[in-house]
Design a protein around this ligand. Sequence first.
Ligand code: F6P
Length: 359
Amino acid sequence: MKKIGIMTTGGDCSGLNTVIERIYHGATLRGWKVIGILDGTDGLSANPPRVIEFKNNTLPIENARLAGSFLHNGRADALNFETAIERGKIEQFNKKLRQSLLDLKLDALILIGGNGSLSLAWCNKEIYKGLQLICIPKTIDMDIPLTSKTIGFDTAVQQLTNFCDQLLLTARSHHRWFIVQTMGRECGQLALNAGIAIGASAIIIPEIKYDINSLISHIKSQTNDYGIILVSEGVYLRGHSGKPAEIISRKLTAAGIVNRTAFPEHTQRAGDTTASDRILATQMADCALKAISNKETYVMTAINNCECKTIGLNDFFAAGEISDDPKILGVKTSDAYVSPEEPLLQVAADMGIYIGETK
Ligand code: F6P
């Protein structure tokens, strides 16, 4: 009988519980035993490692749609790869993780993580020697290369859409504009997709250079005297520091445009998992279990052309290289970020949404 472990690491998002429940379900049908590692690497490095054994109804199916991780993602300030590096304790930390995995006698570990977690797994691959490491990409940022979908993104777009839908009503009542700052780190996918869903008046993302005066002229030229301007948290304005929504808000106020800022923050990582994210979680769980049967290791599940297949973690890592953006000073770029050829950019422009200086 195979013994497999599941671990969620990095920031949470909606869809983690679906993927956990589906892995357990599929593994049980194969006659495998499943354990959950609590609190990510925080729990794995504990002595003894903090784990639970899954049994029927450990994670009831009706709870599989709930946001957050049933297994927790760990405390940000606990010993993890980043804090271990900062404190000069990375060797000790890696040794502990390796020892815990040996003690647990796992045949395979399914690691559900974001860009950072998957990169760290590849960079510290020695830890996972002798067992199969299968990764599943999850993130609301959609900044993982070589997969067209990541678990949690669709629900985050929905959450942000719901948030803006509500704001639009009060914006209309007071003839004012709302500048909504979205999450997404250096990647504009979340802002771009939600912006199109709500019919935003402008979408400002890190990958596309924007001009504050063009934005002001665009807002002044609108027939409406209210609306939403979405700005991704990774956006910056040369010579200014602070939250991009607040910087833009001050510029708009100075130009006579009545506005307010709004920050949906971690509600973008919450909310019942959408059907689309649940389907994705099921596809990825199934693909991960097949990869275990096929004796694969150091792989990541990825969706391309509607099909879920595994790709090598080496290929993921090579494709995700982050470099200086030649077009925008001080901004980084990667293959996973919104490219100038992204079809949604043209759709937005055709709909009269200001998306920056694309010409
Ligand atoms: O990577 C996911 C993400 O939600 C980002 O979009 C955001 O910048 C960050 O995590 C917030 O992290 P924390 O939960 O530590 O505030």
